[in-house]
Design a protein around this ligand. Structure first.
Ligand SMILES: NC(=O)c1ccc[n+]([C@@H]2O[C@H](COP(=O)([O-])OP(=O)(O)OC[C@H]3O[C@@H](n4cnc5c(N)ncnc54)[C@H](OP(=O)(O)O)[C@@H]3O)[C@@H](O)[C@H]2O)c1
Length: 363
């Protein structure tokens, strides 16, 4: 259903309409289908005409086709929508024109990035977003909704927290798009926050045995989005994010990081990624889940922990992105009206428990 002009299209849209960019990608499709299931009717968008139209026709939704080369042109394609959910990643290549277009068109921006540099760049636009009366709400996927809500909650459990440690178990394989993005992230292979600043650390150099309640697990620090978002959510200047890793991966992580900086090795890995399937199928998503743990410490030696379980990361991402955009556009939204926000700052740390299949084990 393509309307003849942006003006016709805008007039035909209901209030609270939103646009999903990157709709025909693996994660974009999950978000589109989840939205329809929940009764929403997003406008689907992407740069490939045939793939965008095919999905829109299948789901009975309006579609718009445009690339992200020129923010002014992109802004013209946002007529009549109140928010954009950007699912087109790696976001290092898409966030800037889309955020710029949203600021010009005065449309809220959401995405599912977890890329540290992208998050830093978006939070640096806080003042511009306030002036434009626009909310910039990146990272409404698995990375970082559960970890951000866990960090915000545990930081409130003790007075003056000075240090946050966050850990998660990865449930199920990653999508092709995530693999490409992770490969990009390996340019910054280890990153933590110390005294308020981002600090690069050698990959595999920070390890910890995390006391998950079902079984303690060997974990390694990774450059995860919370080193940006947990800082903005809590003000705590020391943040480390860990994930589980088998012993061989811990041993190999340093030489692997070094090898990937070599062009031929990198191109070989890229070709392997291109040959993968798009992402875990419905059966795999249904059979896998994750566990998130967070710990706060203060100078007095007080320690608090929280823990929760979640469904598969891609299922949670689709649910969280749809819930976030519909909450933001609803009349009941009572979070900050403008600026760059984290999920817990926009909706409160209980946002995560409103998502399907999320359970606090310790809160
Ligand atoms: N936060 C989280 O927990 C979470 C969860 C899921 C996914 N993600 C992230 O989301 C991103 C997408 O993952 P995916 O598995 O859906 O990947 P995918 O299947 O490869 O889909 C990527 C989509 O982005 C579009 N795209 C990429 N670069 C573009 C550009 N420069 N301009 C316009 N469109 C562009 C692609 O269009 P073309 O096919 O035309 O290139 C495609 O529609 C990845 O960065 C991934 O890490 C994050």
């Amino acid at each position: 259903m393509e309307l003849s002009s942006a003006k016709d299209a805008a007039a035909a849209l209901p209030q609270g309409a939103w646009l999903l960019y990157g709709a025909y990608g693996y994660t974009g499709q999950l978000i589109a289908r989840r939205a329809v299931e929940a009764g929403a009717r997003p406008v689907l968008a992407g740069r490939d005409e045939a793939r965008t139209r095919a999905l829109a026709e299948e789901l009975g939704l309006e579609h718009r086709v445009f690339a992200l080369d020129d923010p002014a042109e992109v802004a013209g394609h946002l007529a009549g929508v109140g928010a954009v959910v950007n699912a087109a990643g790696p976001f290092s290549q898409t966030w800037q024109p889309m955020v710029e277009a949203c600021l010009r068109a005065r449309v809220h921006y959401l995405d599912v990035t977890g890329e540290i540099d992208v998050l830093e760049a978006i939070f640096a636009l806080d003042e511009r977003a306030k002036q434009a009366r626009v909310v910039l709400l990146p990272a409404v996927g698995f990375d970082v909704v559960p970890t951000d809500c866990a960090a915000a909650r545990v930081a409130r459990r003790i007075a003056h927290p000075t240090e946050l440690s966050i850990a998660f178990t990865a449930g199920g394989p990653v999508s092709r798009g995530t693999a490409r993005t992770v490969l990009e992230r390996l340019r910054r292979p280890g990153c933590v926050r110390r005294s308020g600043a981002l600090v690069d650390v050698a990959p595999g150099s920070l390890r910890r045995r995390v006391p998950f309640s079902d079984a303690p697990r060997a974990c390694v620090a990774i450059p995860w989005g919370d080193v940006v978002t947990a800082y903005h959510s809590t003000g705590v200047g020391n943040v480390t994010v860990y994930t589980t890793a088998p012993a061989w991966a811990l041993r190999l992580s340093r030489p692997l990081g070094a090898a990937l900086s070599l062009g031929p090795v990198r191109r070989w890995v890229e070709r392997r990624i291109d040959r993968r399937g798009p992402g875990p199928d419905a059966e795999t998503r249904a059979a896998t889940g994750s566990r998130v743990w967070a710990e706060a410490r203060n100078a007095q030696g007080h320690i608090a922990t929280v823990e929760l379980t979640t469904p598969n990361g891609y299922a949670l991402t689709a649910d969280a992105a749809c819930a976030a955009v519909s909450r933001l556009l609803s009349y009941a939204y009572d979070g900050p009206a403008a600026g760059a926000l984290t999920p817990s700052r926009a909706f409160g740390d209980w946002f995560v428990e409103s998502l399907e299949g999320v359970t606090w084990i310790q809160s």
